[in-house]
Design a binder for this molecule. Structure first.
Ligand code: ADP
Ligand code: MG
Length: 263
């Protein structure tokens, strides 16, 4: 099982990128689990026809210890297992703490052991890398971190913060930085700005995703570009990125439990 956390500034295109990566990995025949770790709880909506799913925190508020994996995990497009950690009521409670509670419950239910995905992608808001938002990069969760950034200053600033947080954990055997994924905004000298920023944080640019209208067209249908426009150049970019991030896993022939078998 390979676990990758994708961090980046809010609004930079993490969920779009992660959902397309999930879809591309699923197309390779891999079992993928996507876990949204943003209080917005909209990471997976491109895999669920645009329909929001109930977050782990919202389920916990009602069902507490009676909650089952079936309540927390929804099977989306191409069989991707979708989870949203969720967030607190605005003004009350701490978003980071919310992620910790959601992860605790998933662990109690042995979500990873029972569903046995080949790849787990965490989609994490990286504006503030407090204890909760740092959780996915800590031991036992992600093996690797990739940072989504455009060439815009605030996105690169967030990328720096995320890299600093990772560096603080480096000696403890936590996740390693795999690189930066450029999600282009078409600003001047963007490729060079991102390349330089990546070098400053001692990593590389894994790939450059063009800004593309097909993203919105797919989004309007609650779907990914990979599912909606499989033969497009944009879909090919997401497929290529998955080969870099997950080069070596092949799909097992059979024998994996489906969600229905777990209830
Ligand atoms: P985040 O998860 O980082 O908050 P989203 O994935 O929700 O950001 O993306 C924010 C907006 O940017 C969405 O409306 C999405 O359609 C758009 N977007 C993201 N990536 C691209 C792209 N490569 N080309 C065009 N639009 C994009
Ligand atoms: Mg998002």
């Amino acid at each position: 099982m390979k676990k990758i956390a994708i961090y980046g500034k809010g609004g930079i295109g993490k969920s779009t990128t992660v959902s397309n990566l999930s879809a591309a990995l699923a197309r390779r025949g891999l079992k993928v689990m996507q876990i949204g770790c943003d209080p917005k709880a909209d990471s997976t909506k491109g895999l669920t026809g645009g329909q929001p799913i109930t977050s782990v925190l919202d389920v916990l508020k009602v069902k507490k210890t009676r909650s089952t994996l079936d309540d927390l995990v929804v099977e989306g497009d191409l069989g991707v297992l979708c989870v949203e950690a969720g967030g607190p009521t605005p003004g009350i409670g701490c978003a980071g703490r919310g992620i910790i509670s959601a992860f605790d419950r998933l662990e109690e239910l042995d979500a990873w052991g029972r569903l046995r995905p080949d790849v787990v992608l965490f989609d994490v808001l990286g504006d503030v890398v407090c204890g909760g938002f740092a959780m996915p990069m800590r031991k036992g969760y992600a093996d690797e971190v990739a940072i989504v950034s455009s060439g815009e200053m605030m996105a690169l600033y967030a990328a720096h913060n995320i890299a600093n947080a990772l560096a603080n954990f480096a000696t403890r055997g936590y996740a390693r930085l795999a690189g930066v994924i450029q999600n282009s905004r078409n600003i001047a000298d963007e490729d060079e700005l991102v390349r330089r920023a990546a070098a400053e944080i001692k990593t590389r640019v894994l790939g450059i995703i063009p800004r593309c209208d097909l993203v919105q067209q797919a989004e309007d249908q609650g779907r990914t570009v990979v599912a909606c426009f499989p033969d497009s150049q944009q879909a090919a970019v997401y497929h290529e990125l998955t080969r870099l991030l997950v080069p070596d896993i092949t799909a097992p022939a059979s024998g994996r439990p489906h969600l229905a078998a777990l209830s």
